[in-house]
Write a protein that binds this ligand. Structure first.
Ligand code: NAP
Length: 251
């Protein structure tokens, strides 16, 4: 498949997890890929393993406007343009409301919401000039509410409103904006959650699989496949949508 031949794709938080799998999928479909992450050497190591026509690893803290500006400039300088942006970078700072610190709140809101805003604002000028672009935001089933995640669920539901609004504003410039809301996906993030609640990751996955209608957990490749569809020209008439990729389990 080469749906992404000649396309340049930027994935944030792509050194590992869902971002790395998504970067890999786009590379397999012919894209040149920029892997953005906090740690430049981790980003470059992932980029080197993609087998993309061209791949670069770029240091970027998505919550910092200067860092975002330099990273997007570096991508355009090295790869020539930006056709697709996947706002994937994420963190959790879970706590019940009465224990949640202002730092827990700000960190999560800043990475997910401010980060997606800064990245989208930085790439849109290149997309508008080309009259072409795809922006994909990573929401979550936690947007619907999840105990211990007031910060994260607010950010993830916020991203759904952000997605709708960007679709309205950028549609006239040939830009589609959608979101994916994953359910339980096996990554370092869900393993860390397991440890935080005192359960072995393997047990935690088993529980999630049992609660799912499909009787299994999700894997980063499940999200990558949906991302590769939503950012493709086959999905050209889809915009402003949030696709739940959760095996049917809205928890
Ligand atoms: P992950 O394995 O923890 O990977 C997240 C990546 O984002 C890491 O490489 C991390 O870098 C990077 N990152 C964190 N803060 C950043 C920042 N300020 N700027 C740039 N990069 C940053 O997480 P994941 O499970 O793959 O999740 C990816 C996305 O999917 C997140 O938005 C998450 O909320 C969403 N999601 C995940 C699940 C799930 O079940 N896993 C479910 C629903 C939604 P470091 O390694 O340096 O920290």
């Amino acid at each position: 498949m080469s749906r992404y031949a000649e396309r340049v794709v930027v994935v944030t938080g792509a050194a590992r997890g869902i971002g790395a799998a998504t970067a890999k999928r786009f590379a397999e479909e012919g894209a040149s890929v920029a892997v953005l992450d906090l740690d430049e050497s981790a980003a470059s190591a992932t980029a080197d393993g993609l087998g993309a026509p061209k791949a670069v690893g770029v240091a970027c803290d998505v919550s910092d406007s200067e860092s975002v500006g330099s990273a997007v400039s570096a991508v355009v300088e090295q790869l020539g343009k930006v056709d697709v942006l996947v706002n994937n970078a994420g963190v959790t700072r879970d706590n019940l409301l009465f224990k949640m610190t202002e730092d827990d709140w700000d960190t999560v809101i800043n990475v997910h919401l401010r980060g997606s805003f800064l990245m989208s604002r930085a790439v849109q000028q290149h997309m508008v000039a080309a009259n072409y672009g795809k922006i994909l935001n990573l929401s979550s089933v936690s947007a619907l509410g999840n105990r211990g995640q007031a910060n994260y669920s607010a950010a993830k539901m916020g991203l759904q409103g952000f997605t709708r609004t960007l679709a309205l504003e950028l549609g006239p410039f040939g830009i589609n904006v959608n979101a994916i809301a994953p359910g339980f996906i096996v990554t370092d993030m869900t393993d860390a959650t397991a440890r935080r609640v005192g359960v072995e990751p393997e047990e935690f996955r088993k529980g999630a699989a049992e609660r799912s209608p499909l009787k299994r957990v999700g894997y980063p490749q499940d999200i990558a496949a949906a991302a590769a569809f939503l950012c493709s020209d086959e999905a050209a008439f889809i915009t402003g949508q949030t696709l739940y990729v959760d095996g049917g389990a809205k928890i």
